[in-house]
Ligand binder design. Structure first.
Ligand code: 8X3
Length: 250
């Protein structure tokens, strides 16, 4: 892992932040991507290894390509891309959901992830090596009420991951996805537009995964031998059976 170059999108919080920390602890150099410069600077100040900060919004196609196609020489040989940026916005039935929420999810979770991937592919193909790990969700494996567009976005991540693996098979590039269930981050607070009480109820009695739990499994996906690819991995809290069934402590 030492001196490998790892790109993490959505590094300014949650799973992205924890992933950057875990990889840095193992000696990797990090390209930290996010929208909030101060947060990235704070993260970089805590890391043990060198980092490069790139501030852009994955929804902004031009900004994505400008940032990632012009990496400084020292940083251009990217070993691993961790496509983490993404969020849920709103929790509503199709009839009443906000179109702004839909755009945010489709543009960020789907198109943003695709742009970032495409921007980094030429270098990986040239090097005949690389590893792309997409953050899916159990919402990309099963659909639940009020989640139609968030679930659509994560189903798209799953489909894109599979397609990318097919297209890059001849180039020696690994492609895989990790699909977490409940992870205790700001995720639900963002989904519920800042309503902390509502967000806390989602995690009540369930011993949700932590961002570090997910980060450690991503590290494992990268550490397996080069002839092994963890292609599709669902990660749940022990108390959660699927998106619908959980054994909550009362
Ligand atoms: C997050 C997991 O179950 O809230 O992607 O959709 S869930």
């Amino acid at each position: 892992m030492k001196d490998k170059i790892i790109v993490v999108t959505g590094a300014s919080s949650g799973i992205g932040w924890a992933t950057a920390e875990v990889f840095s602890q193992h000696g990797a150099k990090l390209i930290l991507c996010g929208r909030r410069k101060e947060k990235l600077e704070l993260l970089a100040s805590k890391l043990k290894t060198k980092s490069l900060l790139l501030t852009y919004d994955v929804r902004d196609r031009r900004a994505v390509f400008e940032a990632l196609e012009n990496l400084p020489k020292e940083w251009e040989n990217v070993d691993v891309l961790i496509n983490n940026a993404g969020n849920a916005h709103g929790f509503d039935p199709v009839q009443t959901a906000s179109l702004e929420d839909w755009d945010a999810m489709i543009d960020g979770n789907v198109k943003g992830l695709m742009y970032v991937t495409k921007a980094l592919l030429p270098q990986m193909i040239k090097a005949k090596k690389g590893h792309i790990i997409n953050l899916g969700s159990i919402a990309g494996k099963e659909v639940y009420p009020n989640g139609s567009v968030y679930c659509s976005s994560k189903f798209a991540v799953d489909a894109f991951t599979q397609g990318l693996r097919l297209d890059l098979n001849k180039d020696g590039i690994k492609v895989g996805a990790i699909h977490p269930g409940l992870v205790k981050t700001e995720f639900s607070k963002v989904r519920f537009k800042g309503d902390g009480d509502r967000a806390n109820k989602v995690y009540a009695g369930i011993e949700a995964l932590s961002a570090q739990d997910v980060a450690n499994v991503i590290l494992y996906m990268v550490q397996v031998p080069s002839c092994v690819n963890v292609a599709d991995l669902v990660l749940l809290p022990t108390r959660q059976a699927n998106a619908y069934v959980s054994n909550r402590k009362s």
